[in-house]
Unconditional design. Structure first.
Length: 243
């Protein structure tokens, strides 16, 4: 595990009670209780070593799975095994658009459709640059009904299809009209997004080599937890986001 990911786990432990964190692969019996819980669906890397799924964290609120952070390979299987329903999700938050953070998105969309989801599913991720597509472009490349890789799932983007649900993709940037920007100490911009009625989410832009990346803070009631994927060490930004 990288130093940065250890930092994120340490922040999580500081911001939640110890029994609120559930290990990868465990059936979350304690998620039946009220309040915010976090389950690690995947904590591994792209090599899937040790039988671990790649990056994915599931936030349970009042015994329902409400927010998914990343959807790396293996996470959809872990999510089904945990008894979570994709139709319950209020938002999907992506830290990075690499394969080990996003590969199970098509499976997640397919599962939500099979479960009969009808309400839109908001999805937020980083903006693009010459090394990576923006989140909106990435989602269209996957699901566009005419040109996408998974055209059979194109109904989730088509405005002409009334049945089923729509995938509502946003790229998080400082001047996006769909989000609210709050500057703190003129050092970092924290971007707030809508994550349903039960939770609030805020993102901070972080550095991952040449690739746009985000750290996320999810709050419900008086509990908060900070998530980050692969990134260059920047403890200050994570601490400010947590605060």
């Amino acid at each position: 595990m990288s130093r940065t990911r250890w930092i994120a786990v340490a922040l999580a432990l500081l911001l939640t009670k110890p029994d609120a964190l559930l290990a990868e692969g465990n059936v979350p019996d304690s998620c039946d209780s009220p309040g915010l819980k976090v389950q690690v669906l995947g904590s591994g890397g792209p090599d899937l070593a040790g039988g671990r799924a790649a990056s994915a964290y599931l936030v349970w609120i009042d015994a329902r799975a409400r927010v998914l952070i990343d959807a790396g390979p293996g996470s959809a299987l872990r999510m089904v095994a945990a008894g979570a329903r994709a139709s319950d999700l209020d938002a999907v938050l992506l830290t990075l658009l690499h394969a080990d953070h996003t590969l199970d998105l098509p499976a997640l969309v397919s599962i939500a459709s099979q479960e009969g989801r009808v309400r839109p599913l908001p999805l937020y991720g980083p903006t693009g640059n010459r090394f990576a597509p923006s989140t909106v472009t990435f989602i269209r490349t996957l699901f566009d009904g005419a040109r996408g890789a998974y055209r059979h799932l194109g109904d989730v983007l088509s405005p002409l299809v009334k049945e089923g649900f729509k995938l509502d993709a946003h790229e998080v940037r400082n001047r996006a009209s769909s989000v609210t920007v709050r500057r703190e100490d003129n050092v970092a911009s924290f971007i707030e997004v809508r994550a349903g009625e039960r939770a609030q989410a805020a993102a901070a832009e972080v550095v991952r080599g040449d690739y746009p990346a985000l750290a996320w803070r999810v709050r419900s009631g008086d509990r908060s937890i900070v998530f980050t994927g692969d990134m260059n060490a920047d403890v200050g930004t994570l601490e400010r986001l947590a605060q």
